[in-house]
Design a binder for this molecule. Structure first.
Ligand code: NAD
Length: 456
C-alpha cells in the first residue's frame, strides 16, 4: 500500500519506518528542511533503539522516502497520516495549528479520494475541524464533483525508548471511524494496513471518532494519575518512616492494581503526559467541568519535579557556591534523547541558580540537553559556564559533593561502588529513581537518599 506520513518526528518517523518494513511504500513529509536533509543523508534525527536499522533497510529497499514536497506527498497515497506536533497553547489547550495546516495542504492538493488519519494526539472534536479545513480547500477548488475523503482517528500509544517495539507489537490499535459509507470504507483500508499486526490476535478496537480521540487522553491521564499518586504517597512515606518500594510491591501484587507505573520518582515529563493532562483539563473547562483529579495530578507533578532540589537544599543549604554535583541522566526517561519537560531541566536550573557547579552525563541526550539548557537559562547565560558534560558516568563524579540520579539508564544500575566512593569528595547519593537499596548503600559507606524510602 502507498502511505503518506505528514510530520516526521518521534511518531511519524517510527510509524513511517515500521509501515515501510511491512512492505508498504511510505512517503514521509516534513516542513523542517534540515531534518529531511539529515534523513536523506543517512542520519537519524532522534535516538530510538532499533530505529536506525529499520530506516536504513527500508531506504535501501526503496520503500521509504523523505521530502518537503507537499504536492508530491499528497499525490503519493490515498492514505494520509497526520503525525505533526500538538504542543500546548498558552492556555494549556492543544495547539492545532500544525494539524490544521497539514489538513489544508491535503485539501489544496488532492485530486483523488483520500483517507485522512489523525495520528497526532488531538482533543475530542478535532476530526470535525480537520474535515472542515479539507472541505474548505476543496470548495475553493471544485465547483462540483470534488474528490471525497473520510477522517479517521487512530491515536498512537507508543512509548519513547521502546517505540519500534511498541509500534510493531501494539497492545491495541484504536480506530475511530464515521458510521457513513466513506467511514466504513476507510475502516476496511486501515484494517488491511494493520492486518500484519493482528496475526496473533485481533488488536483493533473500532469505535466512533470522538471516543477514539478521548481514549488517548484517558490513557495518558490514567498513567499520569498513577505516577502522581505514588509520588504523593512517597513523600508521606518519608515523613512517617515507611518505604514506598515495599508499599509498591505490597499493592502491585493485587491484580486489580498491578505493578506498572507505580514507581515513585522525580515527576513525569516528556512530550506527552504534561501537555495531554493540561489539554484534558482545558477540554473539561470548555465544557463547564472542572477535572479536579487531574488538576491535583498536575499540581503534585509540578511540585515533585523539585523533590531532588529540595533534598539537595536540605543537606547542603540554599547557597551551593563552591559545591559540585554530578548528574546521571538528563533525558526525561531512558533510551531516548528527548528532553521535553525533562525533570533534569528543573534540577539543572535550580542548582546553577543556587551557585553550584554541575558535571552531567547522559548516554545519548548530551547534545539535546546542551540545546535546551541554553534556552532555559537564556535570562542568565553566564550560568552555563558552571555546567559541563562528561563522556562517562565515572568521569562526572570526580570530586563531586554529591551524585544526583535523575534518569534510570541501565548503565547506572550497577556502578563499582568502591570506585564511586573513592572518586567523590563526599559519598552522598541522591537517587531520584530508587535504583539502589538504602541498606546496601549505607553498608557501602554512602549517605543515600531515595524517594519515599525513609532516607533523608
Ligand atoms: P515531533 O515534534 O517530534 O514531530 C512533529 C513533526 O511534525 C516535526 O518534525 C515538525 O517539523 C513536523 N510538522 C509540523 N507541521 C507540519 C506540516 N504542516 N507538515 C509536515 N510536517 C509538519 O512530535 P511527536 O513527538 O512525534 O508527536 C506527534 C504527535 O503524536 C503529537 O500529537 C503527540 O502528542 C503524539 N504522540 C507522541 C508520542 C511520543 O512518544 N512522542 C506518543 C504518542 C503520541
Amino acid at each position: 500500500m502507498n502511505i503518506t506520513i505528514i510530520g516526521t518526528g518521534y511518531v511519524g518517523l517510527v510509524a513511517g519506518a515500521c509501515l515501510a518494513d511491512l512492505g508498504n511504500h511510505v512517503f514521509c513529509l516534513d516542513i523542517d528542511q534540515s531534518k529531511i536533509d539529515l534523513l536523506n543523508a543517512g542520519g537519524v534525527p532522534i535516538y530510538e533503539p532499533g530505529l536506525k536499522e529499520v530506516i536504513e533497510r527500508n531506504i535501501d529497499a526503496g520503500r521509504l522516502t523523505f521530502s518537503t514536497n507537499v504536492a508530491a506527498s499528497v499525490a503519493h497515497a490515498s492514505v494520509q497520516f497526520i503525525a505533526v506536533g500538538t504542543p500546548p497553547d498558552e492556555d494549556g489547550s492543544a495547539d492545532l495549528q500544525y494539524v490544521l495546516a497539514a489538513a489544508r495542504n491535503v485539501g489544496r492538493h488532492m485530486t483523488d479520494n483520500k483517507v485522512v488519519v489523525d495520528k497526532s494526539t488531538v482533543p475530542v472534536g478535532t476530526a470535525d475541524k480537520v474535515s472542515a479545513a479539507i472541505q474548505a480547500e476543496l470548495n475553493a477548488r471544485f465547483a462540483s464533483a470534488s474528490p471525497t475523503f473520510s477522517v479517521v482517528s487512530n491515536p498512537e500509544f507508543l512509548k519513547e525508548g521502546a517505540a519500534v517495539e511498541d509500534f510493531t507489537r501494539p497492545d491495541r490499535i484504536v480506530l475511530g471511524v464515521a458510521a457513513d459509507a466513506a467511514g466504513q470504507q476507510a475502516l476496511a483500508i486501515l484494517r488491511q494496513l494493520y492486518a500484519p499486526f493482528n496475526r496473533n490476535h485481533e488488536r483493533t478496537r473500532v469505535m466512533d471518532v470522538k471516543s477514539a480521540e478521548f481514549t488517548k487522553y484517558a490513557a495518558n491521564a490514567m498513567l499520569a494519575t498513577r505516577i502522581s499518586f505514588m509520588n504523593e504517597l512517597a513523600n508521606l512515606a518519608d515523613q512517617v518512616g515507611a518505604d514506598i518500594e515495599l508499599v509498591r510491591q505490597g499493592i502491585g501484587s493485587d491484580p486489580r492494581i498491578g505493578y506498572s507505573f507505580l514507581y515513585a520518582g522525580t515527576g513525569y515529563g516528556g512530550s506527552c503526559f504534561p501537555k495531554d493532562v493540561q489539554a484534558l483539563i482545558r477540554t473539561g473547562r470548555e465544557h463547564g467541568q472542572t477535572l479536579r483529579m487531574l488538576e491535583a495530578v498536575e499540581a503534585v507533578n509540578h511540585d515533585q519535579k523539585s523533590v531532588l532540589v529540595n533534598k539537595v537544599f536540605a543537606r547542603f543549604g540554599r547557597d551551593l557556591s563552591g559545591k559540585t554535583f554530578a548528574l546521571w541522566g538528563l533525558a526525561f526517561k531512558p533510551n531516548t534523547d528527548d528532553m521535553r519537560d525533562a525533570p533534569s531541566r528543573v534540577v539543572i536550573g535550580a542548582l546553577l541558580r543556587a551557585g553550584a557547579r554541575i558535571v552531567a552525563h547522559d548516554p545519548v541526550a548530551e547534545h539535546e540537553a546542551q540545546r535546551v539548557v541554553a534556552l532555559d537559562l537564556a535570562d542568565a547565560p553566564a550560568l552555563l559556564e558552571r555546567i559541563e558534560f562528561a563522556a562517562k558516568p565515572m568521569q562526572a563524579v570526580q570530586g563531586a559533593d554529591a551524585l544526583i540520579i535523575v534518569t534510570e539508564w541501565k548503565a547506572y544500575r550497577s556502578p563499582n561502588l568502591a570506585a564511586l566512593k573513592a572518586a567523590m569528595k563526599t559519598p552522598v547519593v541522591i537517587d531520584g529513581r530508587n535504583l539502589f537499596e538504602p541498606d546496601f548503600m549505607a553498608a557501602a559507606g554512602f549517605q543515600y537518599a531515595g524517594i519515599g524510602r525513609n532516607t533523608h
